[in-house]
Design a protein around this ligand. Structure first.
Ligand code: ARG
Length: 462
């Protein structure tokens, strides 16, 4: 079976091997940029009309045809053909069907090389605002948890060993701030995509007197790209986008990993809602945190897409090469995955149950060892020495099989004469938390400040 492509019939024989047709075809993927393609083409028709290539009548005819195509796309009546190699050829083919040979004038001075990347940038700019709104929604879910769980205390971990007690709100907010950076990163990515390739032609620029500044303004770009060779093959914005998605995925994966552990019987800090859990086909007792595992798993694919794009790019000599066709598949996949994992994480957060007593019960008083050292520091001992002394106390408690807080006063005083009866006051979790009261710390007062700051950020985003 052979297929006849739009570019065939001149230099090339029309026969493409069926395997080559399949490999070459990108329509299934790039049809997502159909409306962008139409928009770019209307602007291009205007530009070449201004440049004297089209008459006003021809321009109107082409614009009307393209508008009709836009409607067909919107109401799903646009019929794709097996000979449509990609979305650009599909739109041009349909235009010619609708308006006749004048449709063939649209591509004057333009190449699919500058066209495809114009469409792609338009698509990313548009998708960026939706994804940014989704980040805000997820931030709101973390913030809401921080408000609800304000007075819940749990152990904070380093090396996944109990380290110091923290407020659960502080932990929730730590994810809010990571997302805030993701939001800023996305904004910068969109900013990086704001340079117009259209008018660069195949590689060397267009031979018609097109006003690319006007064209850029027409399509909502900050400016036209200053170098045609660079612009047709510049996919930095793609890498930036994929990096953004990798970072978001990594942030959510880390959060998911902790929540998975916190939902185990061993921790028991949280219970996931059934809406976000699944059962086992074999073990009747199982309730699995699949939602969080999938979020964690998807981050692998997000990072992989970035790696794939960078690997493709590194071998390309100059200007456009067909290798670049695979860029869309990576970005669309990353955008869809990022959107989905954000939605699921929001749902998980909104529906999970926290078990405050269990969070508290699991804190070993060794998590207050730093506070005991600080107690000695207040009495004049250099911190390094205090660290050593308290280390001995921890060892003593461990040898005796008792809790750090259970060491009798005599035992403390044997270790250092600086200890007196008020050492017991150190073992208050609330007091330990309220001592972390400098900016960014876990004290209630500071966490409330964080909440207020986060609320301001959300308000300005809405
Ligand atoms: N489908 C192609 C892509 O996505 C469009 C550009 C084709 N350019 C070319 N010179 N064959 O990259």
């Amino acid at each position: 079976m052979t297929e006849k492509a739009l570019w065939s019939g001149g230099r090339l024989d029309s026969v493409l091997d069926i395997s080559m047709t399949k490999l070459n075809q990108s329509l299934d993927i790039d049809k997502r940029m159909a409306q962008e393609d139409v928009r770019g083409s209307i602007a291009w028709a205007r530009a070449i009309c201004d440049a004297g290539v089209l008459s006003e009548t021809e321009f109107t005819q082409i614009r009307d045809g393209l508008e009709r195509i836009s409607e067909e796309l919107s109401n799903n009546s646009f019929v794709y053909r097996s000979t449509d190699e990609d979305i650009h050829t599909a739109v041009e083919r349909r235009l010619t069907e609708l308006i006749g040979p004048n449709g063939g004038k649209l591509h004057t001075g333009r190449s699919r090389n500058d066209q495809v990347v114009t469409d792609f940038r338009l698509w990313i700019k548009n998708a960026g605002s939706g994804l940014s709104a989704q980040i805000v929604e997820l931030q709101k879910a973390f913030l809401e948890r921080a408000r609800t769980d304000l007075d819940i205390i749990l152990s904070g971990y380093t090396h996944f060993q109990q380290a110091q007690p923290i407020l659960l709100s502080h932990w929730w907010l730590s994810h809010f701030w990571a997302l805030e950076r993701d939001k800023q990163r996305l904004k910068e990515t969109i900013h990086g995509a704001d340079s117009l390739p259209l008018g660069c032609g195949a590689l060397a620029g267009t031979a018609y007197p097109v006003d690319r500044f006007k064209l850029a303004a027409e399509l909502g770009f900050a400016s036209p790209a200053p170098n045609s060779l660079d612009s047709v093959s510049d996919r930095d914005f793609v890498c930036d986008f994929l990096y953004w998605a990798s970072m978001l995925g990594m942030h959510l994966s880390r959060c998911a990993e902790a929540l998975i552990l916190y939902s185990t019987m061993e921790f028991g800090y949280i219970t996931l809602d059934d809406q976000f859990s699944t059962g086992s086909s074999l073990m009747p007792q199982k309730k699995n945190p699949d939602s969080l595992e999938l979020i964690r798993g998807k981050s692998g694919g997000l990072t992989g897409r970035l790696c794939a794009m960078l690997t493709t790019l590194k071998g390309l000599p100059s200007a456009y090469d067909k290798d670049l066709q695979d860029d869309k598949m990576l970005v669309f996949g990353a955008a869809d995955t990022a959107g989905l994992v954000m939605a699921v994480m929001s749902g998980v957060l909104k529906t999970l149950t926290v078990h405050p007593e269990q969070c508290r019960r699991k804190i070993n008083t060794q998590a207050l060892a730093t506070d005991v050292a600080d107690y000695l520091v207040k009495k004049g001992m250099p911190f390094r020495e205090a660290h050593h002394v308290v280390g001995k106390a921890v060892k003593l408690a461990e040898t005796k099989g008792i809790d750090l807080a259970e060491i009798p006063l005599a035992g403390w005083q044997e270790i250092s004469p600086l200890f007196d009866a008020n050492i017991t006051e150190i073992f208050s979790l609330e007091a330990a938390i309220s001592r972390r009261c400098s900016w960014g710390g876990t004290s209630r007062e500071q966490v409330l400040k964080q909440i207020a700051l986060a609320e301001k950020i959300i308000e300005s985003a809405d």
